[in-house]
Design a protein around this ligand. Sequence first.
Ligand SMILES: N[C@@H](CCSC[C@H]1O[C@@H](n2cnc3c(=O)[nH]cnc32)[C@H](O)[C@@H]1O)C(=O)O
Ligand SMILES: [Zn+2]
Length: 427
Amino acid sequence: MSTYLFQNTYIYDGQMERGLRCDVLVENGVISKIEAPNTIDDGHVSLIDCNGEKLLLPGFVNGHTHAAMSLLRGLGEETPLMSWLKEQIWPVEARLTPEYIYWGTALALLEMASCGVTCFGDMYFEMDQVAQVSLAMGMKCALSRGLIGEDQKRVDENLKLIDDWHGKKGLLSVQLGPHAPYTVPMNAMKKISELALERNVGIHTHFLETEWERQYLRDELHCQPVEYLEKTGLLNTPRTILAHGVWFLPEELPLLKDSNITIVHNPNSNLKLGSGIMPLPEMIDQGISVSLGTDGAASNNRLDIWEEMRHGALIHKGVRHDPTIIKAKQILTMATLNGARGLGFEKTGLIRETWDADLVLIDLDRPHYLGFDVETLPVYIVYAGSSTDVEATMVKGQWVYFNGEFPSVDREEILKQAAQARKALIS
Ligand SMILES: N[C@@H](CCSC[C@H]1O[C@@H](n2cnc3c(=O)[nH]cnc32)[C@H](O)[C@@H]1O)C(=O)O
Ligand SMILES: [Zn+2]
């Protein structure tokens, strides 16, 4: 495994007061030294001379996605969630083969790696394919098998994923993936929570994405949302990820304080599907852990966390008529540390000695960074930056993206295979 020295770079992570100019040494997949600029010996290392014009951020974490849906981009556009799923997406998904899911996921990984994403939480099916392609590329992935209905076969597949992949190479983790309260009966949800506790793994589910779902909980399941989470044991698992959480009421949030919950904010998917805008400021006030996600490429339509950071800040300022309501630093923590923790990855999401070298190298020598300093770096990143500033992306000390190339995989082959899969699916 190579040793890398980022010489004279800026670094920033969401927990730092301000940016810092320094040398960063990466050895054996971890950040081994952070010292004053131009002080670490550059012998016997691969040198990345940053010359005070680059920034290292922790790798972005896409907290909720369905990677292989990159094959379905553009399908059922501009349709509300339930008819989009039932009439447009699910019939096509029924034709997905393991091979298509492999190439669709690979396609999504090209996009994510080039945007600086190093880790993603994926809920889909044929998850062995997702595990294999993530390992082949060297990306971190939290796998969950989407569970629909009360189906032991799907649950067994999810449990087998734990046996086969959980912890593999420090890149993979596994969660149980009950799809949503409206697709999984309540007693089945409860059993899944019990299994999570028994097997010491997290849960990844959709929750309160639309207003319709809130009404469904009330009218069909006779529960308020937090009561549902309590009754089904979702508050008792080692970790529970709720994708969306758009329709929580502010007064319900204190009940989730100090809980095992991470809510994944998917602002662009929620806007595009017209689902609504989540009460993010109140969630942060209550100390609830919130991360960021893109959801699938068919509802976003990008897999770019920069876009989620920018919109995740701007929409709340806009609807609350208050520019102070959310800070760039908080958004950066959501995009990195909170995502990693929610997905069960340790020592991931900060730039600290002994933490995993999951890093994004950003070129600051661009017109829109003119005038930044260590204090303003976070706001430049969130409000002026974009994924086109990403020069390279590293996971556990290995490049997954470097200057337009993908050192660990064959980009042309992925594009060719994904195009064939797409054609076979949608014709
Ligand atoms: N249908 C699968 C299991 C479901 S995987 C997860 C599912 O979530 C669906 N999905 C994608 N985006 C959303 C969303 O925003 N809300 C709810 N479901 C979604 C996605 O299309 C996929 O079917 C089977 O055969 O067993
Ligand atoms: Zn989703």
